[in-house]
Design a protein around this ligand. Structure first.
Ligand SMILES: Cc1cc2nc3c(=O)[nH]c(=O)nc-3n(C[C@H](O)[C@H](O)[C@H](O)COP(=O)(O)OP(=O)(O)OC[C@H]3O[C@@H](n4cnc5c(N)ncnc54)[C@H](O)[C@@H]3O)c2cc1C
Length: 444
């Protein structure tokens, strides 16, 4: 199979850009034989690599990524590693009680897998903070969503705390929010630090990472797979495909993955005076009471505090948003920021960016052995920090032949449903997004 397209990421990966430069990993420029090839060094790829490293210490593992680590979606996200149900295409994040209990168990397993990697490998603790998050409501409808969510969490016997407008102001410094619902189990990632450091710490005599080494063709010859990059090649018998929506560029799950982009912006570092004007706590993370609303964080960095916002979603079957789309959305980010922080009118956005998401119509992963020796851990349905971590570990278990409840559960899931032909899917996706964003109102 010839790879039809390589990843495109608009704008800089801000989380990576604010870190000191990293030594990085060499491009592949030789012809090598390895026991395991992992394509994609995001949440799924790195979690798969760790699983194999622990269970098959003598095996050689090669990870190839088309870009530098943390420059793809894994280093561009908002860093909410959420333990509770957070179905982005639902009305209020929740589903049925039985399904949600199962989902919580899986999410917490993913968080524990990540936590163990962080502690065992010595990833800095700023990358992985177990501080919880708040579902913030800026409208009466948002408050009602939170009350529904509260009832749901009560049935699930989950801990939470309701915040009123005053508590929201004390937390965030803004009067924009009418209330919030705090849940303690979310881990807040510095996503680029997490991915970069995980990559750095995984390296061993047996495990290599090659950045800027896109696989441009993948051929199955006898028992072997031959992966070609622009300057080198790999022969292996086992591949973990951890490329999320890019799996379709390899000819896998054709017309079964919905390619969306979502967008982030990060302010310049606030001056000490601006931080005082803002007030509130040192760091916090808010998801929105409406699944299509604005996600927002305050982070403390060595250069000062920054606000990070994420909102808007576009349907991008070609995986390449137009410059006019980016311009329009970045302007909306600035507007969302000033609405929330009217007393920070001099603060500018230092970074604007977009990143790719993959969904399936039936909200399932694209998982399993698609051809002999080729194991997919793709389609994270917008929540790759947990779903990717879990799928990577499960795909590795499955490929190693390890008895694994996790892999069994994912194998039992239905495959992603086939999409309707264009332009029907495009029209339906755009209508759904536009209507959802319209309904989100001031939560956006
Ligand atoms: C702005 C934004 C905010 C988000 N916020 C959150 C959040 O708060 N919480 C959450 O859970 N999720 C969030 N997400 C989604 C999350 O980032 C993704 O779901 C996650 O990164 C998917 O993980 P992954 O490992 O499956 O794939 P990716 O992280 O996309 O990694 C796949 C890798 O494959 C590589 N690749 C692709 N093609 C090739 C090729 N031909 N050869 C070699 N390598 C290749 C890519 O370069 C990439 O590095 C957000 C996404 C964005 C864009």
């Amino acid at each position: 199979m010839k790879v039809t397209k390589l990843p495109y990421n608009p704008g800089p990966a801000a989380w990576n850009a604010i870190l000191p430069p990293d030594r990085g990993h060499p491009e592949l420029n030789s012809h090598e034989i390895t026991d395991w090839l992992i394509i994609g060094a995001g949440f799924a790829g790195l979690s798969a690599a760790r699983r194999i490293q622990l269970n098959r210490p003598a095996d050689r593992i090669t990870i190839l990524d088309a870009q530098r680590l943390a420059e793809g979606a894994a280093g561009r996200n908002s860093g909410f590693m959420i333990d509770l149900p957070h179905d982005l295409v639902s009305k209020d994040y929740g589903g049925g009680i039985h399904e949600d209990r199962k989902k919580i168990k899986q999410n917490r397993l993913a968080i524990n897998i990540a936590k163990k990697m962080v502690y065992d490998l010595g990833v800095p603790k700023e990358a992985f903070q177990e501080v919880g998050k708040v579902n913030a409501a800026a409208t009466a409808t948002g408050i009602q969503h939170n009350l529904n969510y509260k009832t749901h969490l009560t049935h699930l016997k989950e801990n939470f705390e309701l915040y009123d407008a005053q508590q929201m102001k004390e937390l965030t410094g803004t009067e924009y929010y009418l209330g919030g619902l705090f849940t303690p189990g979310t881990v807040m990632l510095q996503p680029a630090l997490y991915i970069r450091e995980l990559g750095n710490k995984l390296i061993s005599k047996k495990l290599k990472i090659h950045e800027n080494s896109p696989v441009i063709s993948l051929i199955h010859k006898g028992r072997d797979w031959h992966a070609q990059t622009p300057k080198g090649s790999i022969i292996t018998q086992k591949i973990i495909m951890a490329t999320n929506g890019h799996a379709e560029n390899f000819g896998l799950f054709k017309r079964r993955l919905i390619h969306l982009f979502t967008y982030g912006s990060m302010t310049q570092a606030l001056t000490a005076k601006e931080s005082t004007i803002l007030g509130g706590k040192a760091h916090w993370g808010l998801t929105s009471a409406d699944p299509l609303g604005t996600t927002i964080r305050k982070i403390s960095t060595t250069s000062g505090d920054r606000i990070v916002i994420r909102n808007r979603v576009t349907y991008e079957p070609r995986m390449h948003p137009a410059p006019a789309t980016l311009k329009r959305i970045y302007a909306k980010h600035t507007a969302s920021f000033y609405l929330r922080f009217p007393n920070l009118k001099d603060v500018q956005m230092a970074f604007n960016w977009g990143g790719q998401l993959a969904f399936s119509l039936n909200n399932v992963p694209a998982f399993g052995e698609t051809e002999k020796g080729l194991f997919a851990a793709c389609c994270q349905n917008g929540l790759g920090t947990v779903n990717g971590t879990l799928q990577g570990a499960a795909a590795a278990d499955y490929a190693m032949g390890i008895n694994s409840k996790l892999a069994d559960a994912l194998c039992l899931a239905d495959p992603p449903k086939k999409l309707l032909p264009e332009p029907i899917t495009r029209i339906a996706a755009n209508l759904r997004i536009r209507f959802g964003e319209f309904k989100a109102g001031a939560e956006l």
